[in-house]
Structure formats: C-alpha cells, structure tokens
Design a binder for this molecule. Structure first.
Ligand SMILES: NC(=O)C1=CN([C@@H]2O[C@H](COP(=O)(O)OP(=O)(O)OC[C@H]3O[C@@H](n4cnc5c(N)ncnc54)[C@H](OP(=O)(O)O)[C@@H]3O)[C@@H](O)[C@H]2O)C=CC1
Ligand SMILES: O=C(O)C1=N[C@H](C(=O)O)C[C@H](O)C1
Length: 273
C-alpha cells in the first residue's frame, strides 16, 4: 500500500478500450496516479508503456502480466475486463485489502456471489454504468415506474452498442430494468422478457421487455419507454465518449478509499441512493 497522497491505482485490462480511457482519465484527474497496468500473459501489449499506448506519452508504467505484486503495492484497482477476470481480481483485491472498482458487465449470478464474498475484505464498487447521467436516469426511471400503473403503462428498454460488445442485454439496460422493477415493487428476474422471436403471443401485463441493437462505433445508447394507450414517455441517455465512464470509475475509487469493506454502487458514490 502506498503512503498517503495520490491514490495508486492498478488498471487491469489496460490495453482495452476502457483500459486506455482509464489511463487517460487518471492522468488528468487530481488525487490519483497509475500504479500499474496489467494485461493477460499472452497479450501482445506486454512491455509497452501504458501511457504511450493510451496516446498521452510515456508515464513509465510498463504493461505487465502479474497482478499480485501490483495489487500488494497499490491502493485500488480499476477493472473493465471480463467476468471471469473480475472474479479473480476481486479475490486478489480482498487479499490485499484494497479498493476494487468493477465496471465489467455480463457477470452471472455465480460471478456476482463470488464478488460479494470478496467484498467481505475488499471495498468494491460495482456498477453496469459509471456515468453520472445514467445513474441519474435510473432514479428518474424508478420514480416514473412507481408513479404509473402497470395496467396502463408497459415498460420496454432499448439499447444500442458498438459491434465489438459481447454481452446482452447491456449492464446498463439491466441496471435500468432493476430501477423500473424497484419502482414497481417487483423482482426483475421473475418479470423480464429478454428475447422475442416467432409467435410470442400478446405482451404479458407487468413485464419489463428488453431489446438489443449492435453495430458500428456506438458508445452506448439507452432508452426506457413507458408505453400507454395513446401516449408514450421515453427517458434516454446517449453516451458520446467513454471518458464519462472512466471519470466515474476514478471518482468511485477516490470515494471508496478509507471506506470499510463492502459492496457499493455508483448510486452510493454519487449520493443518489
Ligand atoms: N460499467 C461501465 O460504465 C462500463 C462497462 N464497460 C464494460 O467493461 C468491459 C470491457 O469493455 P471494453 O473496454 O470495451 O472491452 P475490451 O475488450 O476493449 O477490453 C477488455 C480488456 O481486458 C483484457 N482482459 C480480459 N481478461 C483479462 C485478464 N484475465 N487479465 C488481464 N486482462 C484481461 C482484455 O484482453 P484480451 O483482449 O486479450 O481479452 C482487454 O484488453 C465490458 O464488460 C464492458 O461491458 C464498458 C464501458 C463502461
Ligand atoms: O461495452 C460497452 O461498451 C459498454 N458497456 C456497459 C454496459 O454494458 O451497459 C456500459 C456502456 O453502455 C458501454
């Protein structure tokens, strides 16, 4: 663990789209510094300077493949990788008793249970979306879902992302679905419809539907549609730059520093709980 001063952050998946954006965000935000940059053992990026790869020039942090010594010397980890990797990193963060900010989406219930177990010793902030805008949108969705009678208004969630995205529905769509379900006082798992194909029959009253679009370079578009008879309310967020997620992640790490171990959300970080 580093001494008091700038928070030393390990970026795992440092060569990825979010990894490079995180390196740039840490570089511009006061109170944090890049302590280490990690990629897989077979990555073609090993040995490269993380700052050079992210386009900000040399920062004297080479990309390496061994997380344990890096975690032992750091205050926190920023993790936008893949579910299996985030589960593994949560275990290491617990061993090191440090902050772990997880933006990775597509985690299974088993993955989430393992992450929750690691949060007995690590201070974990996990969210499907680290932006201020989406977390505020979730509050508005919860309010709208609470105010509108499920017999009169159907809730559908539409998302579009770039062609490289591997999970669906997006973490954000699920986060917004959870907000809608909370507003209605129902369990999302028992009331969601994630796929429609063929002769589906009429819409089940009270269900929350999801639709997924993939293509091009779209950073992240989400709409929650509350469809009534003769009128429709649409609550939307359009992400234009991954920097909004990276700044949110750094903010989460700084907020979590010194907090007791546990599993926190971006709504906790932003005071929107
Ligand atoms: N919560 C939020 O606000 C946001 C969440 N995300 C989520 O973040 C995740 C990453 O997205 P994105 O950056 O676009 O994806 P990328 O594929 O561009 O980046 C992921 C990086 O993590 C690396 N990685 C995977 N496993 C390991 C491992 N075991 N050890 C070290 N490195 C590893 C990958 O390496 P390799 O290529 O070799 O597999 C890759 O470099 C996704 O789940 C996405 O949905 C994205 C944006 C915002
Ligand atoms: O994979 C992405 O790119 C994104 N993933 C997150 C999600 O699954 O919602 C957040 C953001 O929309 C970008």
């Amino acid at each position: 663990m580093s001494e008091a001063g700038d928070m030393g952050l390990v970026v795992v998946g440092a060569a990825g789209r979010m990894g490079q954006t995180l390196i740039r965000a840490i570089h511009t935000m006061p109170g944090a510094r890049v302590a280490a940059a990690i990629e897989r053992p077979d990555s073609s990026h090993l040995g490269k300077d993380a700052g050079e790869l992210a386009g900000i020039g040399t920062i004297n942090v080479p990309i390496v493949d061994d997380p344990l010594p890096a975690f032992a010397k750091a205050d926190g980890v920023l993790d936008f990788t893949a579910p299996a990797a985030s589960v593994e990193f949560a275990g290491y963060a617990a061993q090191a008793r440090i902050v772990h900010v997880i933006g990775t989406t597509g985690c299974s219930a088993e993955d989430d249970a393992k992450i929750a177990a690691a949060a007995r010793h690590a201070t974990i902030v996990k969210s499907g979306n680290m932006s201020l805008g989406v977390n505020l949108l979730a509050v508005l969705v919860e309010q709208a879902a609470k105010a509108l009678d499920p017999e009169d208004f159907d809730i559908e969630i539409l998302e579009m992302h770039h062609r490289h995205k591997v999970d669906a529905p997006s973490g954000t769509a699920l986060l917004l679905g959870e907000a809608a379900a909370k507003g209605r006082g129902i369990d999302l798992a028992d009331n969601s419809v994630k796929v429609r194909d063929g002769h589906t029959g009429v819409r089940k009253a009270g269900s929350i539907g999801f639709a997924t679009l993939r293509g091009g370079s779209v950073v992240g578009d989400h709409s929650v549609i509350l469809a009534g008879t003769g009128e429709r309310i649409t609550l939307s967020h359009h992400a234009e730059d991954r920097a909004i997620f990276a700044r949110g992640a750094v903010k989460a790490a700084l907020w979590a520093r010194g907090k007791k171990p546990g599993l926190y959300s971006m709504r906790d970080v932003l005071g929107l709980s």
